[in-house]
Design a protein around this ligand. Structure first.
Ligand code: PRP
Ligand code: MN
Ligand code: MG
Length: 179
């Protein structure tokens, strides 16, 4: 285990079993629909990469990068698009792939934007859900795990851009972020 991690919340095996389960469920849901899976950079990249390999149906992948104005903890709900999709989404079934939903601001904005482009459907799959931090009415359509309001990193989730490559999800030691 990494020195900066206090405890492992979700092991690699637990994560991969869940990803397999979600992949199976989504394969049934999106059979014949050629969904466009949209990865929200950067946190969702590892989950997206694993999830699409567990979806045994034709699908397409695209990537978006967004950034909240101001400090993350006092986000205004205004999201700036840093990298837009390459793919037109009109009439498409889009599935937004996220690593975690916190306040729900990022996704509320994204879903509104996508639906404004006349998608056939726009749904969300998130690996982690932190409902206690929600400030919007957003509910994921598919969710892997509910997590407590702890500082979690790994499997895409960062602290100051670090720890994204950990194969598990762990709680960061307080001394790392409280300096
Ligand atoms: C994190 C996370 C989600 C978002 C969730 O991304 O990956 O995308 O915040 O927060 P919200 O529900 O309060 O909007 P972040 O902005 O840290 O960028 P990153 O994915 O590049 O780490
Ligand atoms: Mn993110
Ligand atoms: Mg981040």
């Amino acid at each position: 285990m990494h020195d900066d991690i206090q405890e492992i919340l979700l092991s690699e095996e637990v994560i991969q079993n869940k990803v397999r389960e979600l992949g199976k469920q989504l394969s049934q849901e999106y059979e014949g629909k050629n969904p466009l899976c949209i990865c929200v950079l950067k946190g969702a990249a590892p989950f997206m990469a694993d999830l699409v390999r567990r979806m045994e149906i034709p699908l397409e992948m695209d990537f978006m990068a967004v950034s909240s104005y101001g400090a993350y903890t006092q986000s205004s709900g205004v999201v700036r698009i840093v990298k837009d999709l390459d793919t037109p989404v009109e009439g498409r079934h889009v599935l937004v792939v996220e690593d975690i939903i916190d306040s729900g601001l990022t996704l509320s904005y994204l879903l509104e934007l996508l639906r404004g482009r006349n998608t056939a459907s726009a749904k969300v799959v998130t690996l982690l859900d932190k409902p206690t931090r929600r400030t919007t009415g957003l509910k994921p359509d598919y969710s892997g795990f509910e997590v407590p309001d702890a500082f979690v990193v790994g499997y895409g989730l960062d602290y100051a851009e670090k720890y994204r490559n950990l194969p598990y999800i762990g709680v960061l030691k307080e001394e790392i972020y409280s300096v």
